[in-house]
Write a protein that binds this ligand. Sequence first.
Ligand code: UDP
Ligand code: MG
Length: 319
Amino acid sequence: MDKISVVVPCYREEDALPHFWNALKKVMTEEFKDVEFEVLFVDDGSSDGTLGILKKLAEEDSRVRYISFSRNFGKESAMYAGLENSTGDYVVVMDADMQDPPELLSEMYRTVKHDGYDCAATRRVNRIGEPKIRSFCARLFYKLMRKITKIDIVDGARDYRLMSRQMVDAIISVGEYNRFSKGIFSWVGFNTKWLEYENVKRVDGETKWSFWKLLLYSFEGIVAFSTVPLAISSIIGIILCLVSFAAIVFVVIRQLIWHNSAYGWASMVSIILMLSGIQLFSIGILGQYLAKTYLEVKRRPLYIIKDSNIIRREHNEEN
Ligand code: UDP
Ligand code: MG
């Protein structure tokens, strides 16, 4: 019998969780007959009653497993913890707010089981209910990503996807600290089929991603998968050297012929300003990569567990 692990990152989802659990339970019993389930909730250091709800669910239903972090480590870490501790032959990652329709599950499962794919992923075809400026920036980001990285990141791709064990193990083996899952999913390869659906509004509560958080996350994606910004700053540097060389030649010739070198003081100041701006900008880019390398080298764990009803796999092997 196949086993599916459902990984659910939750951060302050006490309002949405009951809806989510009911919907998932319905799909699990109605649409899957010969399949065993394990539902792995990862509480990402929520300050509300999320953990309490998870504990209650675990008491009621033996399929429920939970992991609770010592603080908020972010959705990336929560997903990683879920994948790492999952035991199913297939693993699906799903948000707790019902924006990832559970009704798609059976189609995703069929795609991977019978159609020869390693992964069934989903993408939203529209962004209804999202602020216009946010959609615009998101589109721009995807376009930029496609241009400057070698990996293909699909516009509107969700983290909602069902993967084979083989692919999950590949993702776990990518143990980097600065995680950008959308990139990692694509980087590990394997055959992916994209299923499309219309955007669904959050069932309760509100999004945990502020504009600022999203912006930083998109930098993360670019720095993690591309070194093009470094090349850009070098190219700008070379171009400016050429321009300033031409300017020096011009100034020398003008002095030799007309003897009025004080002329042009204002333009000189503006050029100096521009150059120092570009230098700072380039050093900033360099700093970004250095900072990421620093974090990576420290090899800190991606998450710290405070509470869980899972007996860790390593622990089992020891006994
Ligand atoms: N989430 C998390 N840690 C965080 C932020 C979010 O585990 O720091 C979870 C959240 O509980 C939800 C999922 O990630 O299940 C997606 O978050 P959200 O719905 O806020 O994002 P959006 O759907 O707007 O992209
Ligand atoms: Mg959401």
